[in-house]
Design a protein around this ligand. Structure first.
Ligand code: FES
Length: 317
């Protein structure tokens, strides 16, 4: 089972008009687990949802965790709850940090954040600074007054490494990076986090400039996933149960309803917690956790969001 930590909200304030900065301290006075730059936690929200948020701070601190949460207009209840329903003094539970976006050893690191995607990159920048490594941090957004952490990045220890690209100041980040990429050290690693089209653009540009797939990294937070679809049948081999998954329920819901317990966390195909092995049939992969190659193998499925293309799946559960 996932180990949870009890924490209390010690600070909450708004930056960039609709970004809530939340600081969490351990309830029992013990230090929180140390984490690697790029890590996130699962936050168990008061409305019962679980959402992933990057840790946004110097990784050498573990007396508090800091999160930056955008009040997303397209929220399905997660970020709005975090924004509106969590106040100073609130008691919450969080998972231990998990890192799906680790730093690699590189001669130079290029960190490119779009909007709220700056959060894991701030931790990475502090980590690289702590280790005296070569790096640059780029913050792209609409304007400084709609962005969080600007004052810290402008005036703190990361200031000398930070480049702002705010449209309201006349910046055109696409033109900037087109010019900048040819001058980058070819052994650099590129890290990006932000809206999917933004990250796709960074990936395409990096590939165009001959950076290999191993040198390009992105953080994936899935905001919307279609959970409904055709009904299908699942045979849970270890449990010896044949289960019908209706069109308006998820595979996970159908399994749980039939007494098969599956560990879960994000319930949106991001974290990998609900991974099950597929013995027969073709999954309809809807997650962002498995790689394209893993999806093509059709021998694993994330049951919280994925369904079946075939009429029947056999799972090793
Ligand atoms: Fe996170 Fe399914 S619970 S991928």
């Amino acid at each position: 089972m996932t180990k949870l930590h009890k924490v209390r909200v010690s600070k909450k304030y708004i930056e960039g008009q609709n970004i809530s900065i939340i600081e969490l301290e351990p309830k029992d006075q013990q230090a929180l687990p140390l984490f690697e730059a790029g890590a996130h936690i699962d936050l168990y929200l008061p409305n019962g949802l679980v959402r992933q948020y990057s840790l946004c701070q110097n990784p050498n601190e573990n007396i508090r965790y800091r999160l930056g949460i955008l009040n997303d207009d397209h929220s399905r209840g997660g970020s709005r709850c975090a924004f509106e329903d969590i106040g100073i003094g609130a008691d919450l539970e969080i998972s231990s940090p998990k890192n799906l976006f680790p730093l690699n050893q590189a001669e130079h690191s290029v960190l490119i954040g779009g909007g709220i995607g700056i959060t894991p990159l701030i931790s990475m920048a502090y980590q690289l600074l702590n280790e005296n490594k070569s790096f640059e941090l780029h913050y792209c957004g609409a304007s400084a007054d709609r962005s969080a952490f600007v004052d810290e990045l402008q005036n703190g220890t990361l200031a000398a490494f930070t480049h702002f690209h705010f449209k309201d100041d006349g910046a055109n980040h696409r033109a900037y990076f087109q010019d900048h990429f040819p001058s980058l050290n070819k052994q650099s690693h590129i890290y990006t986090c932000g809206p999917n089209p933004f990250m796709d653009w960074v990936f395409d540009l990096s590939k165009k400039h001959q950076f290999s797939p191993e040198q390009i990294h992105k953080e994936v937070f899935q905001s919307e996933v279609e959970l409904t679809g055709n009904s299908f049948e699942v045979f849970a081999q270890q449990s010896n149960k044949l289960i019908q998954v209706d069109s308006n329920e998820t595979l996970l819901e159908a399994l749980v309803k039939n007494g098969i317990s599956i560990e879960k966390s994000c319930e949106q195909g991001v974290c990998g917690t609900c991974l099950c092995m597929v013995l027969e049939g073709e999954p309809d992969h809807r997650d962002v956790y498995l790689t394209d190659e893993e999806k093509a193998d059709n021998d694993q499925i994330l049951v919280c969001c994925s369904r079946a293309k075939s009429k029947r799946l056999v799972l090793d559960i």
